[in-house]
Structure formats: structure tokens, C-alpha cells
Design a protein around this ligand. Structure first.
Ligand SMILES: [Mg+2]
Length: 126
């Protein structure tokens, strides 16, 4: 991966601390160190309103505000930020629903670091 991703600001929302750690570690492995984590959609949305991010990774199932609601709120504020849904909800209906809400890419759990890296490359275009 190119060195430009080192400056990327990434927001990750997941209610599982284990998943947050896995995603964070994987991002660090591809050279991304500017990572902010949120434990639900509500926290992620507040962070999003107060800061600038280049990419959003979000879980679907979370308390307080789920990932789908988060995506809808974020899309009202920002048409451009790449959003990747990371979820166990890998059914066709769920994928279509997420894409309609504005998700750019989709990762089904469990995933390998290579998959996350490839999705990141796909959305960032390198
Ligand atoms: Mg969850």
C-alpha cells in the first residue's frame, strides 16, 4: 500500500471491544495509525459531527444506534466519505439495504486482514 494512507483518519464503530481491537490492529498493519473508535452508532455520530474523518467502518448490530441508522445520519451530513459495513448480516437483503443507505463496501465477519486490506484499497482507489 502507498504511504498516503498513513495520514488517513479512520473512524471505527463496533460494540464489541474484541472486534474494535481486531479492526484497529488490522488497520495498523496496513499503515493506518490515526484511528478513532466508538462503541455504538450514537457515539460514532457525535464524533463524526465534531471531527473530520476519511473513512468510516461500522458494525451493523450495536446498541443505542445501529450501523444502518448511523450510515443514514452520516450520509445526510456527508455524501463523499467512504463507508464500509463490517457485519455478520451477510444476506443479500441486508447488503442491498446497506448499499441503499449509502454504504460503499461490505465485509462479512469473520474476515481476514487481507480482505479488509483489499476493501480499503477498493474504496480508496489504489
Ligand atoms: Mg455488534
Amino acid at each position: 500500500m502507498s504511504s498516503e494512507n498513513k495520514d488517513l483518519k479512520v473512524l471505527v464503530a463496533d460494540d464489541s471491544k474484541t472486534m474494535l481491537r481486531i479492526i484497529t490492529n488490522t488497520l495498523k498493519r496496513v499503515g493506518i495509525n490515526n484511528i478513532t473508535t466508538a462503541e455504538d452508532g450514537m457515539e460514532a455520530l457525535e464524533l463524526f459531527k465534531q471531527n473530520e474523518y476519511d473513512v468510516l467502518f461500522t458494525d451493523w448490530n450495536m446498541p443505542n444506534m445501529n450501523g444502518l441508522e448511523l450510515v443514514k445520519h452520516v450520509r445526510k451530513l456527508d455524501d463523499d466519505i467512504p463507508i464500509v459495513m463490517i457485519t455478520t448480516e451477510g444476506g443479500k437483503v441486508e447488503v442491498i439495504t446497506a448499499i441503499k443507505a449509502g454504504v460503499n463496501n461490505y465485509i462479512v465477519k469473520p474476515f481476514t486482514p487481507q480482505v479488509l486490506k483489499e476493501k480499503l484499497q477498493a474504496i480508496l482507489g489504489y
